[in-house]
Design a protein around this ligand. Structure first.
Ligand code: FAD
Length: 453
């Protein structure tokens, strides 16, 4: 049972009475009814790649927690090229869902470094982002429908394929990003996009985050939607990867304090995208937004560029403990954040080593600090206070889970928290799903005593 009761980094551990792995939606519904009748609690679990301990049970001996793994619900039910829709069960691994779409000549654009293990249910429940949000949006933007088992064991069939449906509240939205606190997602319908016909990937040296943001807007105004990913990488991240991950090398001859990995693609056949990117980068050089650049000439080179970005998390893990912050600020404040945050952290913990990388085109960076575990609270307080001051969010894409549940009340307003609690109590009046995650119900009134929403 060990892999089910701890997360992949070994940061969160718990205990479970058992692990249940239903093979279909009726099995999930039966499991929910049986566990509820016995006073148990359910922790829905997908690929267990989450960063915030949301899919790991707690360790309170007074609470009987059962891990409900969706692993066996791994069927792609349908790929419809007229509706441009893929319907997949919750346990389908994201990479397999992408593959099924590609086989049908379509693109499922959600893409993240954990896609070989993360499952559809987990991706939906965390409203996962990834590298293509800039162009295609988060999971929420790509979902047309959901099938969900509710706390009373009923099966809500919201597996619609409609682009337009104004018949009232958009109920599926409640379950997206709910981190398994409102129901068990058993299947999802995703909208698909045309498959790119041509791609270009560029690794660029940029003098500063401010230049990176200006470069982002320059590329978008010249190439529009062709820009699908724009990842900022601080030099220290590159050094960590080159120093600890085999068969990696710097794509550029020069060194720079910051790099950008940008990807461009088009579904239009015959569009000379590489030439267009080259032209656009020539202007970027003239504007001093870029000091060095390389364009991948083939798929192998492209994979090597992306490997540098994707291995940062692993390289960081090999280096030792780090205090992670998955934050967002308005894109216009990104440079301010990246200038102020390291200084604030070093003032609080002089031996710390901050680093930043991530989806800067979405205003989202992973601002991680190599530092002893004991300094984590001090560092995070400084970082999150700065984020709040800049109008940002303490969790851009990883969610709240266990790790930030105590922090949420400090950074979310009282009315929002109250609405979240009342919603949770309405859909799950006995507290069956994922106790202790996302929003604390401790001290909340019993459902019947709560103010109506
Ligand atoms: C190397 C690496 C890179 C990553 N990069 C990104 C990134 O770029 N963008 C990003 O957004 N995330 C990223 N992540 C985080 C993680 O991969 C995503 O959050 C992913 O969506 C989680 O999917 P999972 O199947 O592993 O879910 P799990 O970790 O198993 O669960 C996550 C949450 O969803 C709930 N849940 C799972 N399945 C269901 C279900 N069927 N019904 C209801 N609730 C459910 C769980 O209870 C838990 O709260 C990364 C992780 C790693 C390890």
């Amino acid at each position: 049972m060990a892999p089910y009761v701890a997360d992949w980094r070994g940061r969160y551990r718990g205990t479970a009475a058992c692990v249940i792995e239903p093979a279909d939606v009726d099995g999930v519904a039966r499991a929910v009814r049986v566990i509820a009748a016995r006073g148990g609690r359910i922790v829905p679990q997908g690929g267990n790649t989450g960063m915030v301990g949301g899919g790991v049970p707690g360790s309170d001996p007074a609470v009987m927690e059962v891990v409900l793994s969706l692993r066996r619900m791994n069927r792609v039910r349908d790929v419809d090229v007229l509706d441009n829709v893929l319907v997949a069960e919750a346990g389908v691994i994201l990479k397999n869902a992408q593959h099924a779409a590609r086989e049908a000549g379509r693109l499922l654009p959600i893409s993240l470094a954990a896609e070989g293990s993360a499952q559809v249910g987990g991706v939906v429940s965390t409203n996962a982002g990834g590298i293509n949000v800039l162009r295609y949006g988060c999971a929420r933007d790509l979902l047309l429908g959901l099938e969900v088992v509710l706390a009373d064991g009923s099966i809500w069939n919201g597996l619609r394929r409609l682009r337009k449906d104004n018949t009232g509240y958009d109920l599926k939205q409640l379950f997206i990003g709910a981190e398994g606190t409102l129901g068990v997602i058993t299947a999802a319908a995703f909208r698909l996009s045309p498959l790119p016909q041509a791609q270009a990937s560029a690794f660029l040296a940029v003098p500063s985050p401010e230049a990176a943001v200006r470069l982002l807007r320059h590329l978008q105004s010249e190439l529009g939607d062709c820009l699908s990913a724009f990842e900022l990488i601080e030099r220290v991240c590159m050094e960590l990867v080159l120093g600890s991950i085999s068969e990696t090398q710097s794509p550029l001859h020069s060194t720079s304090p910051w790099y950008v990995l940008a990807e461009f693609s088009t579904p239009m056949k015959g569009l000379a995208i590489k030439e267009m990117v080259e032209q656009c980068l020539t202007t970027a050089f003239e504007l001093d937004l870029v000091s060095d650049a390389t364009l991948a000439q083939n798929e192998t080179q492209r994979a090597k560029l992306w490997r540098i970005r994707e291995e940062i998390t692993e390289a960081e893990r090999r280096h030792g403990p780090s205090v992670k912050h998955d934050i967002s600020v308005p894109v216009s404040r990104m440079a301010d954040f990246l200038a102020a945050a390291p200084a604030a952290v070093l003032a609080a913990v002089p031996e710390a080593r901050p680093l930043a990388f991530g989806h800067v085109g979405d205003g989202n960076v992973h601002f991680n600090v190599l530092a002893p575990e004991a300094t984590a609270d001090r560092i995070s307080a400084v970082v999150y206070d700065l984020v709040a001051k800049l109008g940002g969010s303490i969790s851009a894409e990883h969610g709240i889970g266990r790790s930030k549940v105590a922090l949420l009340p400090r950074y979310k307003d009282d009315l929002s928290l109250s609405l979240m609690r009342r919603l949770r109590a309405t859909l799950d009046p006995t507290g069956l799903f994922n106790p202790g995650k996302l929003v604390s119900m401790q001290g909340a009134a019993a459902p019947g005593d709560m103010e109506p929403i």
